[in-house]
Design a protein around this ligand. Structure first.
Ligand SMILES: O=C(O)CC1=CCC(=O)O1
Length: 261
């Protein structure tokens, strides 16, 4: 059920679907999206799984204010603790995958396994994020939305799903500017290389051949940093497999979950 919790003085929006399975799963969304991007994945998962989704600070219905990747990770830790979720599978996409890595590095008690979709230990360059922040300040998000959507979705998805493409474009363009800007700055400043190479939990890294934001080579490099990680790449899928390939992602999550010790 959708609910709200104040964490470090900021109201956070989350949705908890309680279940009886041993290991809960927690989903972490990307820049410019909210918890709805996971709906089709969750619909394809077993009904007995406990599932937590949430809007990170400054996105969806959550209040802004977090600044660093560590703060975004500690928001998630507090939300999991408040819901008595420990030893969870944490599945994050893009910056959500960075938050998941930072959480696993700092709070291994909360994380039994990881699914890292279309993410990396370092995304882009500080200069590229500075350019994006400058463009945001000059033109705003609406003017940048078409270019961002082309990085998010494969040409096939955009051709075959024009309504969904338009809908997710609205989700992006309606993201509060300050919240979007803060996440860009957190990505600019985050280098998780050292923290991530110390991870020891079972990890699945997922890439898409048509991902123009975190291409397969980058996601594969992430998987090679983590001794316990596997790697898979989805054909004709872009940056958001939770939207373009929800059934395949749900299957891979279940296989990964089943292999947990
Ligand atoms: O908006 C993009 O370019 C894609 C992206 C980078 C980090 C993230 O979360 O999304």
């Amino acid at each position: 059920m959708s609910d709200f919790l104040t964490i470090q003085g900021r109201v956070h929006h989350f949705d908890l679907r309680p279940g009886t399975a041993r290991v809960p799963i927690v989903f972490v969304n990307s820049l410019g999206t909210d918890l709805r991007i996971w709906d089709r994945v969750i619909a394809a998962l077993p009904a007995e799984w406990t599932v937590l989704t949430y809007d990170k600070s400054g996105h969806g219905l959550s209040q802004g204010g977090a600044r660093t990747m560590e703060e975004f990770a500690s928001d998630l830790a507090a939300l999991m603790e408040a819901n008595s979720l420990e030893g969870a599978m944490v599945c994050g996409v893009s910056v959500g995958g960075m938050i998941a890595q930072a959480l696993a590095a700092s709070r291994s008690d909360l994380v039994a396994g990881l699914v890292l979709c279309n993410t990396a230990h370092r995304i882009g360059t500080p200069e590229s994020w500075e350019e994006r922040i400058a463009a945001l300040d000059t033109t705003g998000l609406e003017a940048m939305a078409d270019g961002i959507i082309e990085r998010w979705f494969s040409p096939t998805f955009r051709r075959d799903h024009p309504q969904a493409t338009a809908g997710y474009r609205m989700m992006l363009a309606r993201t509060p500017l300050a919240g979007y800007r803060a996440v860009c700055a957190a990505i600019r400043d985050a280098d998780l290389t050292e923290a991530t190479q110390r991870l020891t939990c079972p990890t699945l890294c997922v890439a898409g051949t048509d991902d123009r934001a975190t291409p397969p080579d980058l996601v594969q490099a992430l998987s090679q940093l983590i001794p316990t990680a596997g790697f898979t790449c989805y054909d004709n899928v872009g940056h958001l497999p939770c939207i373009e390939a929800p059934d395949r992602l749900a299957r891979d999550i279940q296989t990964h979950m089943a292999a947990l010790p």
